[in-house]
Design a protein around this ligand. Structure first.
Ligand code: GDP
Ligand code: MG
Length: 350
């Protein structure tokens, strides 16, 4: 794991476990017994979060951690890389892997993203297969009726892919977005449909509101092997602040631009300088587009779109990194970058 710096919300670097000295004197034997007890009782392991695009996988990761480390949007295929999040609860530690959505794909970049998700299934202790309550009406507030009695075809595809991978880890089915329905009874047919597919652990929840998260955590931890912490207890992601900043800029492209623009976007951080007292961070970034026409749309009339996008990104990065941010954005055309391995590698997608 290459780790330039771990992320802290309130600022300051979190590079290691805090060492705590105390006056309590215990004998060596007592210490050995105590350590054995501690190690025996603690559980730790990996859980992969997979599912079709847009069901709320990244929102779920952020909710479980209580920190924003993965970007989200109303549009599918927002997540492009595997994102690692660490949840430490006392002696237990859960390492979560958020992944790009699994779906049928032709384009190079999308195929790579799906492969990245499927690779994650190997070597984890538990798989969270995330799906959602279908939306009945045209907006979030409308209740969802009638409920689908069968699985969404895109879920069946995800299931097929998981089976092809022959992943050995137990699967928990997560039915997300239950805040969309008023009557929880409506969930029963959908839960029964998953049950008929051979899944016995099905957890309905709302990643957005937080309902059901504790139930899910209990289910996951019951599947984790016994073992000590895998990461320092104050670390909650392996991402660098630099990468996180680039993602938060990309998130704002999803917020401010429609159609293909977000999918043609790669963000490169040129400069990431912080004041010694970390009161402010200066970031210089390039937003790469694939075509001149996309560059024009991203900049907007008289630079209006890029200006708004930049302001929103600056605020969001400041919130997540816990300090003032000075952000300088430039838009550049890297012609058809997603089609070429060298360019994809340059932007961290190979
Ligand atoms: P991903 O592609 O699976 O990672 O999905 P995201 O986490 O990016 O979320 C996709 C969209 O669903 C975003 O607009 C989220 O705000 C929304 N969303 C996620 N969880 C919930 C939820 O529990 N309830 C509702 N109503 N929306 C949610
Ligand atoms: Mg995502």
């Amino acid at each position: 794991m290459v780790q330039m710096r771990t992320v802290s919300v309130k600022g300051g670097l979190l590079l290691g476990r805090a060492v705590c000295y105390h006056a309590l004197v215990i004998t060596k034997n007592e210490a050995v017994t105590k350590m054995a007890e501690l190690t025996q009782k603690s559980r730790s392991g990996f859980a992969a979060i997979v599912g079709r695009p847009n069901v709320g996988k990244s929102t779920l990761l952020n909710r479980i951690l209580g920190e924003k480390i993965a970007i989200t949007s109303q549009r599918p295929q927002t997540t492009r890389n595997k994102i690692l999040g660490i949840k430490t609860q006392g002696l237990d530690q859960l390492v979560l892997l958020d992944t790009p959505g699994i779906h049928r794909q032709r384009a190079h970049l999308n195929r790579l993203m799906v492969q990245e998700a499927l690779k994650t299934l190997q070597g984890v202790d538990c798989i969270l297969l995330v799906t959602e309550v279908a939306r009945g009406g045209s907006n979030e507030k409308q209740a969802v009726e009638p409920m689908p009695l069968v699985l969404h075809p895109a879920d069946s595809y995800v299931l097929e892919q998981i089976q092809i991978q022959d992943a050995k880890a137990p699967v928990i089915v997560v039915i997300n977005k239950i805040d969309r329905i008023k009557d929880r009874q409506l969930l029963l047919p959908l839960m029964a449909a998953w049950h008929d597919k051979g899944f016995s652990t099905i957890v309905p929840l709302s990643a957005l509101k937080g309902d059901g998260i504790e139930d899910l955590l209990q289910e996951i931890m019951s599947l984790m092997p016994e073992g000590p912490h895998l990461y320092p207890e104050d670390m909650f992601t392996d991402q660098t602040e630099r990468f996180l900043a680039s993602e938060l800029i990309r998130e704002q492209v999803f917020e401010h631009c429609r159609q293909e623009i977000p999918y043609a976007t790669a963000v490169e951080i040129l400069e990431f300088r912080e004041r010694p007292d970390r009161s402010a961070i200066t970031i210089e970034a390039i937003i790469h587009m694939e075509k001149d026409s996309q560059k024009a749309i991203l900049i907007g009339k008289g630079g209006a779109t890029i200006k708004q996008l930049g302001m929103a990104a600056r605020q969001e990065i400041g919130k997540v990194l816990g300090c003032t941010v000075h952000l300088q954005l430039t838009v550049h055309v890297e012609k058809d970058w997603s089609r070429f391995p060298v360019q994809r590698r340059k932007f961290g997608y190979e």
